[in-house]
Design a protein around this ligand. Structure first.
Ligand code: AMP
Ligand code: MG
Length: 493
C-alpha cells in the first residue's frame, strides 16, 4: 500500500506542555459521506486513495497513517467572558500537517475522533448533524473568499452519540492553516509559563507571519499583525451577513481564519442585533457586536505577550496598547471599503459611509433580505426601471428603497459610473448564494433521516461558486418561506 496521507507534525517541536500525544479511537462502521475532491487536490492528496479503504480508515480514525504522530493541543479560553483555565482538544486529534500545492503547511485534524486528556466529562465524539453543518458552512465561507478552516472529508461512524437524544456519530477532517488560538496563549500565560508563551509566539511568527522574524520588536508587531488580520476577517463576515456565534478566545485563530463552526449562521433579513445561537441569551455575540468582541479577544491575546514586550510591566502596557490600537481603524477601513464595493462605488467620498448606513438602516426597518438586496442592487441601471421592482419587493415599504436609490444614483453619476462595468464589479462581491440556515437544516435532515445526500451536493454546487447565477438552482438563493425560517442554532456537537 502507498500511504494516502504522509504527515509531518511541527507542533512536536513546541514545549511538551503544549500537547498530549494521543491517537484517534476506533469507530465501528465507518462510511465515507463526502470527500472534498478539489481541496484534496489542492493539498496534493489523491482523492481516490483517500476514498479507498486505507484512506477511509485514516479519515475515520481507525488507522493512524504511517509515520504520523497524532496529538491533542492544550488551550484555555474566555467563554462568554469567563476564564476557563483548561479546555484543549477534547474531541479532536491533530493528525499532522501536509504541504499544499502552493507550499503552505496545513494542519489536518479529525474532529469527533474520541476522548483525549482534555475531554473532561465529554465523550470526545461529534454527532453527524453538526459535522454536516460544519462541512457545508465552512465550504460556503471558503467559496465567498473568506479565510477559514475547511472540510476535507466527513465520515459517519456507525456509533450512536448521546446528546439531547441519541444521534448518529460523525468525524470531520478539518484542514487549517494552523490551530493555535488566543486561548493557547492564555493557557500558558495564566500558569506563569512565559517561556512557552515565547515559544508559541515564535511558532506563530514563523508559520503565519514570517516577515516579522526580521523585526526588532517582533512581539509587538505580532499583536498588530494578528489584530489586522482579525479586523479584516470580521469585516468580511459582516459584509456577507455571517454571525460566528461563539467568539470565545478559544475560537479565535492566530492565523486569522474563521474557526469553529458551532452555532454560526448567515442572516436572512438584515438586522444588526441578530443572534441565532441558543446559548447566547445576552446577545454577546450578536452580528453587530462582532467587531467589538474581536477587539476584546485581541486584548486578551495582547495581555499574554506583556512579559515579552518589556521587563517592566509599566513599560509593556503602552507598547501592547499601541499595537492593539491598529485594530479599530483597520476594521473601519476594511468594512467601509467593502461596503463601497458592495454599492458599486470606485471612488472615495466622505459621505459614502453615511450612504451605506442609510441603506442598512432602511433594510433593518423594512425587513429586507441582506444577501438578495445587494445581489439585486447589482442588476440596477443608472435610471429606475423594471429591475428596481426586484429590489423594491424586498422592502416592506418599497418607497423607503426608492428614496435611498435616488441618493445612490446621484452618487454613481458623480463618479461617472459605467453601468456594465459596475454591474460586473458588484456581482463579483455580492453573492447570489450563501448557506441559508433552512437549506443547511434541510440537507442535514435529508441525510440523517433518509440517507439522501443529494441536497448536500446541490448546496455545494452553488456554495463553491456563489457569485455566479446557477440556472435551475434559484430555490437555493431564495430566503426561507415563513414556515422554513430557522430562528435558533445549537452547538450540539
Ligand atoms: P467548542 O464549543 O467546540 O468551542 O468546545 C469547547 C471545549 O469543549 C473544547 O475544549 C472542546 O474540546 C470541548 N468539547 C466539546 N464537546 C466535547 C465532547 N463531546 N467531548 C469532549 N470535549 C468536548
Ligand atoms: Mg471551539
Amino acid at each position: 500500500m502507498t500511504e494516502p496521507l504522509t504527515l509531518a507534525n511541527s507542533y512536536l517541536d513546541l514545549p511538551e506542555g503544549c500537547y498530549a500525544r494521543v491517537g484517534p479511537t476506533e469507530v465501528s462502521q465507518p462510511q465515507l459521506l463526502r470527500i472534498n475532491r478539489p481541496l484534496a487536490e489542492q493539498l496534493g492528496l489523491d482523492p481516490e486513495a483517500l476514498a479507498a479503504p486505507e484512506g477511509l480508515a485514516a479519515l475515520a480514525g481507525n488507522r493512524v497513517p504511517e509515520g504520523a504522530e497524532p496529538l491533542a493541543l492544550a488551550y484555555a479560553g474566555h467563554q462568554f467572558g469567563n476564564f476557563v483555565p483548561q479546555l484543549g482538544d477534547g474531541r479532536a486529534v491533530l493528525l499532522g500537517e501536509v504541504t499544499d500545492r502552493s507550499g503552505v503547511r496545513r494542519d489536518l485534524q479529525l474532529k469527533g475522533a474520541g476522548r483525549t486528556p482534555f475531554s473532561r466529562a465529554g465523550d470526545g465524539r461529534a454527532s453527524l448533524g453538526p459535522v454536516i453543518r460544519e462541512y457545508l458552512v465552512s465550504e460556503g465561507i471558503a467559496g465567498l473568499g473568506i479565510p477559514t478552516t475547511r472540510a476535507l472529508a466527513m465520515v459517519a461512524t456507525g456509533d450512536p452519540v448521546l446528546r439531547q437524544r441519541v444521534e448518529p456519530g460523525g468525524v470531520i477532517t478539518r484542514m487549517a492553516a494552523g490551530h493555535v488560538r488566543v486561548g493557547t496563549f492564555e493557557y500558558f500565560f495564566r500558569r506563569g509559563d512565559y517561556d512557552t508563551v515565547r515559544a508559541l509566539a515564535d511558532y506563530v511568527i514563523e508559520r503565519h507571519y514570517p516577515a516579522l522574524a526580521e523585526s526588532d520588536q517582533p512581539y509587538k508587531d505580532l499583536i498588530e499583525a494578528v489584530a489586522t488580520r482579525t479586523a479584516d476577517l470580521v469585516a468580511d463576515w459582516l459584509l456577507v451577513g455571517f454571525i460566528h456565534g461563539v467568539m470565545n478566545t478559544d475560537n479565535i485563530a492566530l492565523s486569522g481564519e474563521t474557526l469553529d463552526y458551532g452555532p454560526c449562521a448567515f442572516m436572512d433579513d438584515y438586522h444588526p442585533a441578530t443572534v441565532y445561537s441558543s446559548i447566547d441569551t445576552g446577545g454577546r455575540y450578536a452580528y453587530d457586536q462582532q467587531p467589538t468582541i474581536a477587539h476584546w479577544d485581541l486584548a486578551r491575546f495582547a495581555e499574554t505577550l506583556l512579559p515579552l514586550l518589556a521587563d517592566d510591566p509599566d513599560e509593556a502596557l503602552p507598547i501592547a496598547k499601541e499595537a492593539l490600537d491598529a485594530y479599530e481603524p483597520r476594521f473601519s477601513a476594511s468594512y467601509h471599503a467593502g461596503l463601497q464595493r458592495k454599492l458599486g462605488l470606485t471612488e472615495d467620498r466622505d459621505s459614502d459611509p453615511d450612504l451605506a448606513m442609510d441603506l442598512l438602516g432602511r433594510m433593518a426597518a423594512q425587513g429586507a433580505d441582506f444577501t438578495l438586496t445587494f445581489r439585486r442592487l447589482s442588476e440596477l441601471g443608472s435610471e429606475p426601471d423594471e429591475a428596481d421592482e426586484a429590489v423594491r419587493a424586498l422592502f416592506a415599504d418599497p418607497a423607503s428603497f426608492d428614496a435611498w436609490a435616488i441618493a445612490w444614483r446621484s452618487r454613481l453619476a458623480a463618479e461617472g459610473s459605467d453601468d456594465a462595468a459596475r454591474r460586473d464589479a458588484m456581482r463579483a462581491v455580492n453573492p447570489a448564494y450563501i448557506p441559508r440556515n433552512h437549506r443547511v437544516e434541510q440537507a442535514i435532515t435529508a441525510a440523517m433521516d433518509h440517507g439522501d445526500l443529494a441536497p448536500i451536493d446541490e448546496l455545494l454546487t452553488v456554495l463553491t461558486d456563489p457569485f455566479a447565477d446557477h440556472p435551475g438552482y434559484e430555490h437555493l438563493a431564495a430566503p426561507p418561506a415563513s414556515h422554513e425560517v430557522v430562528t435558533q442554532t445549537f452547538c450540539g456537537t
